[in-house]
Write a protein that binds this ligand. Structure first.
Ligand code: AMP
Length: 316
């Protein structure tokens, strides 16, 4: 909970995809689920703080989609409607190894020539998350939010392959990088994750967090290393959005703590991120967010503490 010394109204701004997703997993399928990195992030972070997503949508994005965001208190003023345009579309498939999404189609649509113009409220957020999207666009938003006390970034293979130099330039301007372990290895061309994280920290960011799917997440900072398993679930239907909801829970919690970046706060933030991701994957897209409550989140966070605690006993 925020302490009384924190400012009254903290908020997070996020730029990333706002999408319709076609998803196919061994447990079912959806043809047009509400998705996109900024949407998953915003819904997850909304359990902790005020969130301002930035990005364009087309004519196919209607009141039903805005309602999902608004019901969670997400501020939609910087979602720009592009007349005559189509919303970003992604088609992905998962086989029995749910850790790896196979991208079958990516249509940037309205993102093709989007030029963000942030409102004052979005520019004033203390925390900024550059969710997975074209790195030039991430840098444009970073420049507009130059007062943010903490900026973090995510990316993926699609952008590493097509816009690598631009992505490295963007990484130079952030404090924290959160990426999949495989994508950190790909970006740095370094198979050893410890070396890959050190190499990213060498570019500029103080903190690197490697997301490791069902194996959890690892933290690399100046102070050292920390790792958390994923929450042990019996039901996993769709991993889409796991990475973004992890980032949303983590950044939302950090915002509620005034944006502190010490290791103890980061560890708790990772546990909140993992908690959010664990709920997300229980259902398709962001469907689980609809029924999720802060009490359920806090209860699972407590269980997280229990399953990762090691007690000392006298050895003599
Ligand atoms: P994740 O949290 O990593 O599972 O991300 C899932 C979301 O990423 C989906 O809702 C997609 O709409 C979105 N996505 C997929 N490909 C891209 C891309 N190239 N750029 C931005 N967002 C994407």
């Amino acid at each position: 909970m925020p302490s009384s010394s924190l400012p009254d109204r903290m908020s997070v701004t996020v730029v990333g995809s706002i999408a319709f997703d076609a998803i196919d997993t061994p447990f079912g399928a959806r043809e047009r689920a509400l998705g996109g990195s900024a949407v998953h992030f915003s819904l997850a972070a909304s359990f902790f703080t005020e969130v301002h997503p930035v990005g364009p949508v087309g004519d196919d994005f209607g009141e039903a989609q805005y309602d999902v965001l608004r019901r969670h208190g997400v501020v939609t003023d910087d979602i720009e409607h592009v007349e005559g345009g189509q919303t970003f579309f992604w088609r992905g498939k998962y086989e029995w190894d749910l850790n790896t999404a196979q991208t079958l189609d990516t249509q940037l649509n309205v993102f093709g020539d989007f030029q963000p113009k942030l409102s004052e409220a979005s520019r004033d957020s203390e925390l900024l998350f550059l969710a997975n999207i074209q790195p030039d666009l991430q840098r444009d938003v970073r420049a507009q939010c130059n007062g943010a006390q903490l900026a973090a970034l995510d990316s993926m293979n699609f952008w590493i392959e097509s816009t690598r130099d631009s992505l490295i330039k963007t990484i130079r301007g952030v404090d924290m990088v959160l990426m999949n372990d495989a994508e950190l290895r790909m970006l740095t061309e370094e198979p050893n994750l410890v070396k890959a994280a050190a190499s990213v920290r060498g570019i500029g960011p103080r903190v690197v967090i490697a997301k490791q799917g069902e194996y959890g997440a690892a933290l690399f900072t100046e102070e050292g290393f920390f790792a958390l398993p994923a929450y042990p679930l019996e039901t996993v239907r769709d991993p889409t959005g796991a990475g973004d909801s992890f980032a949303g829970g983590l950044m939302g919690y950090l915002d509620s703590q005034g944006g502190t970046l010490d290791d103890a706060t980061l560890r708790r933030a990772m546990a909140y991120g993992s908690t959010l991701a664990s709920f997300w994957v229980e259902e398709f897209g962001c469907e689980r967010a609809e029924r999720l409550t802060r009490d359920e989140i806090d209860e699972r966070f407590e269980q997280f503490k229990r399953i990762t605690a090691i007690e000392s006993v006298p050895t003599t």
